[in-house]
Design a protein around this ligand. Sequence first.
Ligand code: CA
Ligand code: CA
Ligand code: CA
Length: 345
Amino acid sequence: MLKTVMTPAPAFRSIAFALLGCIALAGCQSRGPDLVLDAPDGPAKRMVTQGAAKKIIAQNLTSCANTNPKMNLRVAGVGEITATDGTVITVPANTALQRKEGPLSYDLYNECNKVLPANAAAVSTDKVPVIEIDSDGEVVTGFIVADNYYELYVNGKLVSVDNTPYTPFNSAIVKFKVKRPYTMAFLLVDWDEQLGLGVEAMARLNETWYLGDGGLIAKFSDGTVTDSSWKAQTFMVGPLDSPSDVVEKGNVHFYDKLGRTYPHVKRPVCRENCYMVHYAYPKNWQSKTFNDTNWPRAYEYTDEEIGVTTLTAYTRYPEFFEGARWIWSSNLVYDNVVIARKVVR
Ligand SMILES: [Ca+2]
Ligand SMILES: [Ca+2]
Ligand SMILES: [Ca+2]
């Protein structure tokens, strides 16, 4: 059915799809013209890399004013690696932070900047800059924690770039002015040290080949929370003993055998020869018109699965995250780059 609406010219295609959407949802009134979507994208192009990337940025992407050695400070570098099809891929991701685009996040909690409010009552949101999407919109305030890096777009406009891409773990406040319906899109990165291999050094466990994991939790003043009503797609999977460990069925990527969370994951034995499966980002993934209909839903995770039961940036402010769920794609450990999207109606 979708194939038949993908052939005509783009304008007609959008209208045809909107009509199909009306029939499917039996609720055309709520789908105003600004919600007319592009036809769903087909499966993304798959690319495979092997081994470590070449570092293109070796120093930390962010500066940390606090030099307390007890702080969990790790260097967020950037690498480049050539896939078997010749595509040069930036790892762990090509971020707005390294391109120096967009407003840096406003700290809720940040050890580097020594912003450490004792509790929610000690936090003021008065000075958080309001990013304007719609001049006649309402101001929405949000609280965000990401393991490890996020950039947030609202209707395609970049509104907040995580100022601490790796560690120490930080949290942020964002404000934007927008009219409903609007679309939020997060690019999320589980950062690592062994760029291209998706593994990190875990001093606490005396391990240098630790498979890191991800996670995002956010709550907004208009009632929007992260949960399984969001869509979440993965764009970098690994490290893998074999690229054939990952199988695609349309837009869904399968590798359940590897385990989805700690401590259930199966660890690869490939070390520096590990493979990574990458997928090309769809054009306009940040935008309001990008159609994520065929993307998988986000998976919800517990504090224990994410490993944040003692994470101060989060646990100090339960009021700010009440009712929100930690989300990621289906695999918390192997999926290192994830895009999460939500249409707020
Ligand atoms: Ca961060
Ligand atoms: Ca991580
Ligand atoms: Ca990982």
